[in-house]
Design a protein around this ligand. Structure first.
Ligand code: KIV
Length: 292
């Protein structure tokens, strides 16, 4: 009897260990476009943040983020341009390859920059292929609905996953004139709903909705199978994205209502730099232990 019980206990123990091991393994498994659709189905919210360089991407990825966006917001945050319009495809590839080298878990989505996909679908495909081949990114994001349908189809046909971006589309800032909330009027809201449906039908794996009324965003998220990731689109969507430098409080001129700051790094960093300058000037740095 005892002889029979022992192996059963051992078997149970073994299966428990295996379960624990597979949970631990899963934690580090790469998030895929399919995982995101599964997360929506399982009612698990999707977390997404931007990164443009190796060091930041490593921290974000190790923290367990689902999606890392190499956003064209690098144009503002990294290069100091007023808009996202000037950033080039070569610059996006440079940022994306630094991010890819740092990540093991998060799905890396790379923005197609302004001018790299709007003029014709062949150019759009060439741009998307360059991003995947030269940076190692896993998918691309582009702005717009019906207007860029041909480009989306062409990229998807080549097997490259596409994330859509509707609502406030910063690459069209000169058309809108302001960065205010979009689709408050009935006509624009109707177009937004149609575009969202179209992107899903074309085969986009997810959709960013930027700065639109929360009720409308929720309605769109509920009408789609693919996940809707919001920025300034309320809590009724399937996930959230923020610009990392904004949520860390490294930037401080930008204060939209939707932005939650988790740190105040601008002040912390400025304080550290001031202390360093003071220590160098007063000959307090380096001390005896900080030299050879
Ligand atoms: O470029 C970017 O950072 C973005 C997010 C604001 C969604 O597109």
């Amino acid at each position: 009897m005892g002889d029979i019980e022992t192996p059963i206990i051992l078997l149970l123990l073994h299966s428990k260990i295996q379960q624990t091991m597979s949970i631990a393994k899963n934690e580090y498994k790469r998030v895929t476009v399919k995982s995101l659709v599964d997360m929506k189905r399982n009612n698990e919210k999707i977390s997404m943040l931007t990164a443009y360089d190796y060091t930041m991407a490593k921290i974000v990825d190790n923290a367990g983020i689902d999606v890392i966006l190499v956003g064209d917001s690098a144009s503002n945050v990294m290069a100091g341009h007023e808009t996202t319009v000037p950033i080039t495809l070569d610059e996006m590839i440079y940022h994306a390859s630094s991010v890819v080298r740092a990540t093991n878990r998060g799905l890396v989505v790379v923005d197609l920059p302004f001018g790299s996909y709007q003029s014709d679908s062949k150019e759009a495909l060439r741009s998307a292929i360059r991003i995947l081949k030269e940076s190692g990114g896993h998918s691309v994001k582009l702005e717009g609905g019906k207007e860029v349908k041909g480009s989306i189809k062409k990229i998807l046909n080549a097997g490259i996953p596409v994330m859509g971006h509707l609502g406030l589309t910063p690459q069209s800032i000169y058309k809108f004139g302001t960065y205010t909330v979009r689709a408050k009027e009935e006509e624009e809201a109707e177009k937004l709903k149609k575009d969202a449906k179209l992107l899903e039908k074309l085969g986009c794996f997810a959709l960013v909705l930027e700065k639109v009324p929360a009720k409308l965003a929720q309605e769109i998220a509920e009408s789609l199978i693919i996940p809707v990731i919001g920025i300034g689109a309320g809590a009724g969507v399937d996930g959230q994205v923020l610009v990392t430098h904004d949520m860390l409080g490294m930037t401080h001129e930008f204060n939209p209502r939707f932005l939650r700051r988790y740190l105040n790094l601008y002040d912390d960093m400025a304080g550290a730099f001031k202390n360093y300058i003071k220590d160098v000037k007063s000959k307090n740095f380096p001390n005896e232990n900080e030299q050879y």
